[in-house]
Design a binder for this molecule. Structure first.
Ligand code: HEC
Length: 98
């Protein structure tokens, strides 16, 4: 019985860590579409702002305002509109932690 519950909890930990690994992969994929302009993992080498280390809430606000047109933009309306609120949060988490 004890071995069985040990097995179960090991299995649960295994599943949980795989789920978060899948989420990490997913957000890296999302973030890679920002790299062309904002640099790899948000480390910009051109004239555009670096997203790396940017405040999480600031990113969410800007993305929302680009998407609803509150903040005028050249290309960001187009980019921001393609993501769900959840994806924007994942991106903001990712870039703010770089
Ligand atoms: C084609 C180039 C391009 C791509 C790709 C791109 N951006 Fe941008 N980004 C810009 C430009 C240019 C601006 C300045 C606003 C404008 O003119 O659209 C900007 C501004 C921003 C800002 C505001 C920064 C600030 O503090 O004012 C954020 C946040 C941002 N981008 C996030 C992203 C995210 C997240 C992605 C990927 C989902 C992304 N961008 C993809 C070109 C790009």
């Amino acid at each position: 019985m004890r071995a069985y519950s040990l097995f179960l909890s090991t299995l649960l930990i295994f599943i949980a860590s795989n789920v978060s690994a899948a989420e990490d992969k997913n957000v890296e994929l999302l973030a890679s579409s920002c790299a062309a302009c904002h640099g790899t993992r948000g480390h910009s080498v051109g004239g555009l702002p670096s997203l790396a280390g940017m405040d999480r809430l600031h990113i969410i606000e800007q993305m929302t305002q680009f998407s609803n047109g509150e903040r005028p933009s050249t290309v960001m309306k187009h980019h921001a509109s393609g993501y769900s609120a959840n994806e924007i949060e994942l991106l903001a988490d990712f870039f703010s932690k770089q």
